[in-house]
Design a protein around this ligand. Sequence first.
Ligand code: DER
Length: 255
Amino acid sequence: QLVETSKRLAAFQAVKDYLKPEYTRIGIGSGSTVVYVVEAIAALGPAVTSTMAFYPTGAQSEELIEAAGLRLQYISKLPADQQLDVAFDGADEVDDDLNLIKGGGACLWQEKIVAASARQFVCVADFRKLSSRLGTAWKKGIPIEVLPMAAPRVLGELRRLGSLDPCIRPGLPGKAGACVTDNGMWIIDAPFPPLLLSGDAEAAAADPRPVGTWTVDELADRLIKIPGVAEIGLFYGKNGLQVASGAQKPVAAYF
Ligand code: DER
């Protein structure tokens, strides 16, 4: 119960602090915490929300928006020269630099597209996700969305990068075979030793570094280049700058 209370309090505070009545385009993430974000937005009433459009990050997010009676719009309809005013989403783990592990709900690819399309990206997570280095609280590994036919080759490359027993995420009970994402892809969960921050100069300077030890940026740059990888569940910004046209790294996190 404490976890749900933490999620709800964080969600209501994040909406209070970051959803301005004049906003018209809002990104909505996936998972169980974002349910409370939608509840907090719907609680503002149609006087506020009727002028807003809400952009989903997958099937569950779409259902949340519709069930709350909020207006649904799609990122595929957002002109390339425009951005969302704000996007709210959960995370599996948040480090001291607000880098995130995301993908516990297998929605990371569309989540990253929506986060990067937003002027501001706000992370909402319960206290269990708060961690000093990624990989210390979330032990299941970095979720990586892959083309199924490339999965065996990607597993091999991850082991060469020092991942400890990467595996293809199985489907839920009642679904024989692998978990299939909203995009028809598979997820590989790749555990690594705790990821260093770019500021961890001393640990990063260790020579040789313990196997599999990387900074967030170093590992992200390697993972995304593996042939067959569609997207990775690391949300980070190069030196805190906004990546591409938007910010994958949140401007704030609420626990
Ligand atoms: O898949 C994701 O990245 C989701 O945001 C997810 O990790 C957060 O899930 P939770 O809010 O149910 O913990």
